[in-house]
Design a protein around this ligand. Structure first.
Ligand code: S3P
Length: 743
């Protein structure tokens, strides 16, 4: 690899400077590394440890040999930077790129202004987010920055070539480089790094000096060790950071002090609910962070879990056998949190889907002050706050990939006194929200969206809603549910008519919570003024998740699988009806009712399938199942024709196009149409398909491998976790040869 720069000059050969020096040497990213340190012995030790090639106690010694191909890295404590800049001004030519590694950027910027009188094109400030409680030249570690984030804070004056050089140097040692403004950097770091150091230093100092118990550390256990590791960081460096970023740190301390006092009061008042609220919120946040760290490299997770690439390699052939229970129903899980939160009393939920989408709903209600315990093996306890007890969230409500969360929440939020903003991931940000925003506006809500009704959705709140009748232009349970939920807050009656029956969980569950919902023909209505009463909810397994294994068994010779405790609500069983029409061997056992929802064990045995014209009235009843059903179509004899399914084009991805692209890549003949697709059954070939980050597309092509001639590679499968977190485990358990690659 060619050198990224010619010479690196590191001023300050401690942990930060020494580690970059050692890393560049290890990666051969430059021809030579020169160290500058105040003390002779540091210089000698750095050479001895092979961290630098040569080292001096003065920058002036090397100034004459430096040129435009070189880089100077200032790695001295924050408040020692100014004299270094003065030195640089005196002896270094202007064309040399200079960067730094200080933890505070505003103060270094002020130093640059004080020394040079103006911003400099060649001084690009930066901050590697990596460190250790160890310090000094001995602590230098060539791998310190690998997979760690480096924040650059360029100004308008910095030229792109200087920025690029700094960027390339950090990239060459494995770092993930991002850009941020100086003020943003200092505020973010004040909370995530500087405040924890304040607390750790202060706690250890308190215990060591003010506890009147010299032996106290003898009794300290792992918790103390974990919590206070950073209190052994370099004291001078951290003092400088406190002084340099005082304003942002003081704000962070104020916020923390307020919350600590609130917790103190809760403990004083023996307010168990309040304490549970703080601890469950904190636990959820920390668990999420732990998961992010363990699943993926630090830098990827810090940016966004969507970027984590998960690839499935699925070996061809085989059959599926066994008896499995797939996770809880996604639609019911969402609604159990929503209605449980708005109810009076404590709702106990079991069978809750611990997938990203339902967890996003759970988090949104926690963010609005609802105390929710769990999930713990599918058990969740929701301490309802009543219809009018939600609190304004402090930030926007982020619902990830979940359209159901956003659309149903918008109805609830329209009825609140406070404003709230709903945001989502890249895929959700492309999905249409005017289908809910427009009728809500008719009810009197004030809602802003991005262009063409896309998220984010800002719901102003505080408006008096009035009941309307809405004739839905599309068969959508989300739109229906959104309006019925808004109807709980609207004056008079709110009613909707649906062009075709869609899943009716909202209606059933509202009734389960003691709220009257009327249905006359295709018109469903609610009156405001009632209340929800907490109840117990036993969530059946999700038929949409069961579908992948039903289709797997239906296409793979020799298969015989039973899916237990699956919800078979008549508005959800399109997949059973369609597969049966294709000739599948499906038997329902042990039909029963659990908490107002019909449930059964579904057995599917392999028999050859035939292509059919899918009856349009089945489409809304199987809307999420078409990716898998199209795989069944690819394995059936003859043509399968799907029409009346334009809604598939606005799901997590355009599912008609994504399935057509994937099937064609696997050698299957198909023709997408505006409202459907025609698939001609044939031999599925080996190949690579793109799931477009859509969970159901990813799982569908995974099962397609059962009938493929060779391996199928499915790209971008991370979002399988949105609806079916243990899909891969269950797939392997029943006989699918699946390998997961994370990159
Ligand atoms: C859902 C309704 C359906 C479905 C989605 C969940 C629900 O969406 O696709 O996965 O829980 O109400 P539409 O209402 O947009 O059809």
């Amino acid at each position: 690899m060619p050198h990224v720069i010619d010479k690196l000059v590191v001023i300050g050969i401690g942990l930060i400077g020494g580690s970059l020096a050692a890393a560049l040497k290890k990666q051969h990213s430059c021809r030579e590394v020169i160290g500058i340190a105040k003390r002779e012995d540091t210089c000698a030790r750095a050479v001895e440890l092979n961290i630098v090639d040569r080292a001096y106690t003065s920058l002036q010694t090397v100034a004459g040999e430096l040129g435009a191909q070189d880089l100077i890295f200032i790695a001295v404590p924050t408040l020692a930077i100014k004299p270094v800049l003065q030195d640089i001004k005196n002896c270094i030519p202007e064309n040399i790129t200079i960067t730094d590694g200080a933890s505070v950027k505003g103060s270094v910027y002020q130093d640059v202004m004080a020394v040079f009188g103006e911003e400099q094109a060649n001084i690009v400030l930066g901050h590697p987010i990596a460190g250790s409680e160890k310090s000094g030249v001995e602590a230098a570690n060539p791998d310190l920055y690998d997979k760690h984030r480096v924040i650059l804070t360029p100004t308008q004056t910095n030229t792109r070539d200087h920025i690029k050089k700094v960027y390339d140097v950090w990239k060459s040692v494995g770092a993930d480089v991002v850009e941020m403004s100086i003020p943003d950097h200092d505020v973010v770091l004040a909370s995530t790094s500087h405040l924890p150091h304040v607390i750790a230093f202060s706690l250890v100092d308190t215990l060591a000096h003010d506890s009147n118990n010299e032996n106290i550390f003898r009794y300290a256990a792992g918790g103390f060790r974990d919590f206070t590791r950073i209190a052994s960081s370099d004291a001078t460096m951290w003092r400088d950071i406190m002084l340099a970023n005082d304003e942002a740190i003081l704000n962070a301390i104020d916020l923390f002090s307020t919350n600590l006092s609130r917790l103190k009061q809760a403990i004083q008042a023996k307010d168990a609910k309040q304490i549970t609220g703080v601890f469950t919120r904190a636990k959820a946040a920390r668990d999420r962070f732990t998961l992010m760290l363990s699943n993926q490299a630090y830098n990827t997770t810090m940016s966004n879990s969507e970027n984590a690439n998960v690839i499935y390699h699925v070996a061809p052939g085989g059959s599926v056998k066994g008896n499995i229970r797939v996770p809880g129903d996604k639609s019911i899980s969402h609604r159990s949190i929503m209605l449980g939160s708005l109810a009076e009393g404590v709702t106990e939920i079991s069978g809750f889907l611990e997938g990203e989408d339902a967890l996003a709903t759970l988090q949104a209600f926690r963010d609005m002050g609802v105390v929710i315990e769990g999930p713990n093996n599918g058990r969740v306890t929701v301490n309802g706050v009543g219809l009018h007890g939600l609190e304004a969230p402090t930030g926007s409500l982020y619902v990830g990939n979940s359209g159901t969360s956003m659309r149903l929440l918008s109805g609830i939020l329209a009825g609140q006194k406070f404003a709230a903003e709903l945001t989502g991931d890249e895929s959700l940000t492309k999905r249409p929200m005017n289908r809910v925003a427009n009728p809500l506006r008719e009810m009197g809500a004030v809602i802003d969206t991005a262009e063409e009704g896309r998220p984010p959705m800002k719901i102003h709140g505080g408006e008096a809603l009035k009941g309307i009748h809405y004739d839905m232009p599309m068969a959508s349970a989300q739109v229906k549910s959104c309006l019925l939920l808004a109807g709980l807050y609207a004056e008079g009656e709110t009613s909707v008519t649906e062009p075709a029956p869609t899943r009716d969980h909202t209606e059933r569950m509202l009734r389960g919570f003691g709220y009257e919902v009327k249905r006359e023909g295709d018109k469903i209505s609610v009156q405001s003024g009632g209340k929800l009463t907490a109840c117990e909810i036993d969530i059946p397994a999700d038929i949409s998740s069961a579908t992948f294994f039903m289709v797997a068994a239906a296409i793979a010779p020799g298969s015989d699988i039973t899916l237990t405790h699956v919800g078979i609500n008549p508005t959800r069983i399109g997949v059973i009806n369609i597969l049966k029409l294709m000739g599948a061997d499906i038997t329902l056992h042990n039909e029963r009712e659990v908490g107002g929802e019909p449930v059964a064990d579904i057995q599917v045995k392999y028999v050859p399938l035939k292509g059919i014209q899918i009856p349009e009235e089945q489409v809304p009843l199987a809307i999420d199942e078409f990716p898998a059903l199209l795989v069944a179509a690819a394995c059936a004899e003859g043509k399968t024709v799907l029409t009346g399914a334009e809604e598939l084009r606005v799901k997590e991805t355009d599912r008609i196009q994504a399935m057509a692209d994937g099937l064609i890549a696997l050698g299957i003949e198909c023709e997408p149409t505006p409202d459907g697709i025609v698939v001609t059954g044939g031999q599925i070939q080996s190949g690579e398909v793109e799931s477009c980050g859509d969970h159901r597309i990813a799982m569908s092509f995974t099962i397609a491998a059962l009938r493929a001639a060779g391996q199928i590679t499915v790209k971008n499968c991370a979002n399988v976790a949105t609806s079916f977190p243990n899909f891969a485990d269950l797939a392997k358990q029943v006989g699918i040869s699946l390998d997961i690659i994370r990159s």
